[in-house]
Design a protein around this ligand. Structure first.
Ligand SMILES: NC(=O)c1ccc[n+]([C@@H]2O[C@H](COP(=O)([O-])OP(=O)(O)OC[C@H]3O[C@@H](n4cnc5c(N)ncnc54)[C@H](O)[C@@H]3O)[C@@H](O)[C@H]2O)c1
Length: 443
């Protein structure tokens, strides 16, 4: 009671069934047993539905049958909030079990071990609930527990840099579950048909096997696509090791490889069974790679409406993207907002033939342009990301921007930040877009 379950559940924007809305509180007058019996029946019928969030009354787990049902059919997220905070929220309400602080505290202490017993995940806030719903674990030291998150036999796929630094720890953590350790080339080279062909041929897993992808976004994109296609699809568990991958690439189930004609042109949506984010792994990340990731952190913070003086951390970035992707897994609607600044970025990268300008630099420039077109101040983005105009051919960049797949019927469409938050598919006059693009180009 008062932990904030309903608020956290509703914040995800997916269907929520609230047991307390259905079980009549008046039943309490006939005694708690009658109420709990009715509640257990409601829980059972609600759990028969797929892909919903069940917002369970705080005392439901005192019924053994409910605990059994939860173990069997649900992922249980325990929103762990201290007793005084809960009391502050419920005191003075008409809830029958929240009329007196001492009784309330006794109840809290009685129930606590039961919560501990049924919980699959312990959450502090709505961000943790989003992560739990998406199967994402964010925890310093999680790599050491990797074996706990993988079912059955697995193959570990990494790139030579990451394998050299963190491969041994991953192998030790996977222990007897590890059938083979394989490598993809470092960087975009991993996302080629040649690299993928080799990986497909080396894999020895059967359909019950799991592919564990340890590395940056190139490794998780390519290995995830291998998992989506090998034997028509096997389970996979990304363990992202770069900032780009922890806050973006490994979240949301998009996997892909590149074609000579463009990046990410062949791929699949393939949601991982678990995603293991260990922020401690970032300690070995080179500074230039950290800067690449900062562009995505700033993008996510802008979308979330956060103050850029205090940008989101890895956990909240991952949770923000996860919640959007849970609501729009196939990129049909609100997921498009994640492209903030990216239309400009892709145009600049294409004009540079993907050489001499990194994705992070291009996104930093793109964010500046998107903010300007949104009528927002750009000074903090400039201070944090230091976007420097790039020397590319203006006409090539303009031609690439007009080819962007988000444009419709010749009209340019962008993601912008409106008064009420992000807006996507916003038509913007070509002249304004061209001016904003030109300002990102030097010479
Ligand atoms: N699927 C998606 O939704 C999505 C989203 C964003 C980006 N991406 C893709 O991600 C890719 C870029 O990802 P990236 O920037 O992580 O590139 P990357 O995988 O090439 O990693 C960058 C470099 O850092 C090294 N590295 C990674 N982790 C390290 C660590 N902990 N310590 C030391 N070195 C480490 C890697 O070996 C590599 O050399 C692009 O191909 C992009 O298209 C995909």
């Amino acid at each position: 009671m008062g932990a904030g379950k309903t608020t956290a559940a509703r914040s995800l924007g997916v269907p929520v069934l609230v047991t307390d809305d259905v079980v009549p509180i008046e039943l309490f007058e006939q005694g708690e047993a009658a109420f709990r019996e009715a509640e257990a029946r409601v829980v059972e019928s609600m759990l028969a539905q797929d892909a919903v969030i069940l917002d369970l009354g705080g005392g439901a787990i005192t019924t053994p049958r409910v605990r059994e049902l939860l173990k069997e059919k649900a992922t249980v997220v325990w929103l762990d909030v201290d007793v005084d905070t809960c009391w502050e929220r419920v005191k003075g309400s008409d809830r029958p079990l929240a009329q007196n602080y001492d009784d309330f505290k006794r109840l809290y202490e009685e129930r606590r071990p039961l919560y501990e017993q049924v919980a699959d995940v312990k959450a502090r806030d709505a961000h943790d609930v989003a992560l739990a719903a998406a199967g994402i674990v964010v925890e310093a030291g999680a790599l050491q527990r990797l074996g706990d998150f993988v079912q059955g036999e697995c193959a570990l796929v990494s790139d030579p840099n990451v394998a050299g630094i963190h491969g041994m720890d991953a192998q030790l953590a996977l222990g007897a579950k590890l059938r083979q350790s394989l490598e993809l080339p470092a960087g975009e080279e991993a996302k080629t048909l040649t690299a993928l062909d080799r990986l497909w041929q080396e894999l020895r897993l059967d359909r019950s096997g799991t592919l564990v992808a340890l590395g940056g976004g190139c490794t998780t994109d390519a290995a995830g696509f291998a998992a989506a296609t090998y034997l028509r699809g096997i389970d996979w568990v990304p363990v992202p090791t770069s900032l780009v991958a922890q806050v973006d690439a490994a979240i949301g189930g998009k996997t892909a490889i590149d074609l000579p004609q463009g990046k990410n042109l062949v791929g699949a949506f393939h949601w991982p069974t678990r995603t293991i984010v260990d922020p401690a792994l970032l300690q070995t990340l080179p500074e230039r790679e950290r800067r690449e990731g900062m562009a995505e952190v700033v993008k996510t913070s802008l979308l979330a409406g956060e103050n850029l003086h205090d940008p989101l951390d890895v956990r909240r970035c991952a949770a923000f993207k996860a919640a959007i992707c849970l609501r729009d897994p196939h990129d049909q609607g609100e997921r498009k907002q994640l492209n903030l600044g990216h239309t400009f970025a892709h145009a600049l990268e294409a004009a540079a033939a993907y050489e001499g300008v990194t994705h992070g630099q291009a996104v930093a420039l793109g964010l500046k342009a998107a903010l300007k077109l949104s009528g927002r101040d750009t000074s903090l983005v400039e201070e944090i990301l230091e976007p420097k105009p790039v020397r590319v051919d203006r006409e090539r960049a303009w031609a690439a921007l007009q080819r962007d797949k988000k444009n419709l019927g010749g009209e340019l469409r962008l993601v912008l930040l409106g008064g009420d938050g992000p807006e996507w598919d916003v038509p913007v006059p070509a002249g304004d877009v061209r001016t904003a693009l030109d300002e990102l180009i030097s010479g």
